[in-house]
Design a protein around this ligand. Structure first.
Ligand code: AHR
Length: 523
């Protein structure tokens, strides 16, 4: 039997009318139809949750305001060049993120997202996750921060950035205000990249333990997205939206399989989890269009410890409750509510997410799969030099190439662009004269290699183009080391972070050395 939380058993005519009115306003005044104005017209997700009687108690987004009246800071970035920080705000009340402020602050260097501010006025900001049970202080330390430019996106015609969670990255707030504890009802939704996931534990957003440790069954309640199959799972090979309730990712009432929880991989995915006394649900849908489907709605799992729940009220993003941080994913926006939201409220939120207009952003001049290209250095020393493999060994270097170069030298500096072997939204570079061999990093040095087809080697050979750090051409971000970019250094080629620990991470000329002109192929 499913149990509706007490406050929802009462008829709430005004709240219902408010949701309907807000939904109409959302549909009639969509920012996309408003020609990409800086303010997202209509009622935004937290207005809708408030109207439904289940207000947001945390609201996080690096892409837009989640209240129509919110005009404050969305997130903070820290740049590598001098360690200074900058808050990135909304472009006016209810507006989209001011990504241009990030671009100008981070120009010529790299930035990390240091804080994701809570828009709810409860101060539930997300910061670098501390060590937990999975990664104790002796073993590691704080999780990594997300590279601020790694998840570019367009929202309502505006450039914005998501939070790119590579394994090892995580955010947390262990001292919150207003988040559900014990068996109290709550809801949450998140907009995620449905194509960015893995089978590591656990790409979560939601309610977790306040001491970063596994405190037993029922001590957390979050959205999970990915394709781990060791606990619950659904149809197909994943990824699945599930709930992380601690010591288990649940797709439904049973600890294992739920035939109603499908694999979902919309590029932009809305995921919903909510839970109250002996009642919880999973819902999801395409964040670009259409409604939410319900994958589970019923009583708590029939395994011990989950009824009643023992929620502790911390908030996590990108990690498991005990700080398990092997997971990957991308987060654009999400909230947590007080009270168990109605399906009507969530449907109105989904309509607003549709109207927000999430689309992928094209990178000008990016190499496209199928093309043959050469990659020319843009540093002033070396504008006649191209990325090539050595003839004596397979290491990648830069060297001059001109019309009078030998055909062998021209071919060594020519690449066939392939869909990214480890992430199809990025690219891989197959050597023109060594078919089947790909540019990849190994011990952070670049070389051409025949891959062993492991997931690791495919990721090592995958690079995600973004606008060139010095304003020219493109910079090529490593798919599995998102702070590292293809760089030449002393004529060798590496993946390099800005000011990191290796010689080739040197901050001097980093922006120029990591920017490449994509030219016609030499061969
Ligand atoms: O419930 C799955 C995971 O198990 C939790 O996120 C983590 O705390 C534990 O390792």
């Amino acid at each position: 039997m499913s149990v509706t939380p007490a406050h929802l058993r009462r008829f709430r005519p005004f709240a219902l009318l408010a949701v309907v009115a807000a939904l109409a306003a959302t549909l009639l005044g969509s920012p996309a139809s408003a020609g990409g104005s800086a303010a997202a017209a209509g009622s935004l997700p937290c207005d809708l949750y408030a109207a439904g009687g289940t207000p947001c108690v945390a609201a996080h987004s690096t892409t837009r305001a989640l209240y129509s009246a919110y005009n404050g800071r969305l997130y903070q970035v820290r740049r590598a060049s001098d360690g200074s920080t900058r808050d990135i705000g909304a472009l006016g009340a209810g507006g989209y993120a001011d990504a241009a402020a990030q671009d100008s602050f981070c120009a010529g260097t790299s930035c990390l997202i240091t804080v994701i501010y809570d828009q709810s006025a409860r101060g539930n900001h997300l910061t670098q996750a501390p060590p937990g049970g999975f990664q104790g202080p002796a073993a590691g330390g704080y999780d990594n921060l997300a590279e601020a430019s790694a998840a570019p996106v367009t929202v309502g015609g505006h450039k914005a950035y998501g939070v790119f969670i590579a394994p090892g990255t995580g955010y947390r707030d262990n001292s919150t205000n207003g988040i559900a504890t014990g068996d109290q009802p709550e809801g949450m939704y998140a907009v995620l990249d449905g194509t960015h996931y893995n089978g590591g534990c656990c790409f979560d957003y939601g309610n977790a333990e306040t001491n970063s440790r596994d405190n037993g069954n029922g001590t957390m309640e979050t959205i999970y997205f990915g394709n781990i199959k060791v606990w619950g799972y659904g149809t197909g090979n994943g990824p699945w939206v599930m709930a992380d309730l601690e010591n288990g990712l649940f797709s439904g009432v049973n600890p294992g399989y739920n035939a109603n929880d499908p694999s979902v991989s919309h590029r932009f995915l809305t995921a919903v989890v909510k839970g109250g006394p002996n009642h919880w649900a999973i819902r999801a849908g395409n964040a670009q269009s259409g409604g939410l489907s319900t994958y589970y709605d019923g009583p708590r799992p029939n395994a011990s410890g989950y009824n009643p729940m023992k929620k502790e009220g911390a908030i996590i993003l990108g990690i498991g409750g005990d700080n398990s941080n092997s997971s990957a994913g991308t987060f654009y926006e999400g909230v947590m509510t007080s009270g168990y939201p109605s399906a009507a409220t969530e449907n109105a939120v989904q309509a607003n997410v549709n109207a927000a207009g999430y689309t992928t952003s094209a990178v000008a001049g990016a190499p496209t799969p199928g093309a043959r290209v050469s990659l020319r250095a843009t540093t002033s020393c070396c504008t006649n030099s191209y990325l090539r493999h050595n003839s004596a060994d397979n290491n990648a270097v830069i060297a001059p190439v001109s019309a009078s170069s030998t055909s062998a030298d021209k071919a060594a500096a020519t690449w066939t662009v392939r869909p990214g072997l480890g992430d199809a939204s990025c690219v891989s570079f197959e050597s023109a004269d060594k078919p089947g061999q790909y540019l990849r990093h190994y011990d952070l040095r670049l070389r051409v290699d025949t891959l062993d087809n492991s997931a690791l080697s495919r990721l090592d050979a995958t690079f995600c183009p973004q606008a060139g750090h010095n304003g020219q051409g493109v910079s090529l971000r490593s798919a599995n080391y998102p702070s590292d970019f293809v760089r030449h250094y002393n004529y060798g080629a590496y993946v390099a972070s800005h000011g990191g620990t290796h010689d080739w991470d040197s901050a001097t000329a980093w922006a120029d050395d990591t920017s490449w002109a994509v030219t016609s192929p030499w061969a």
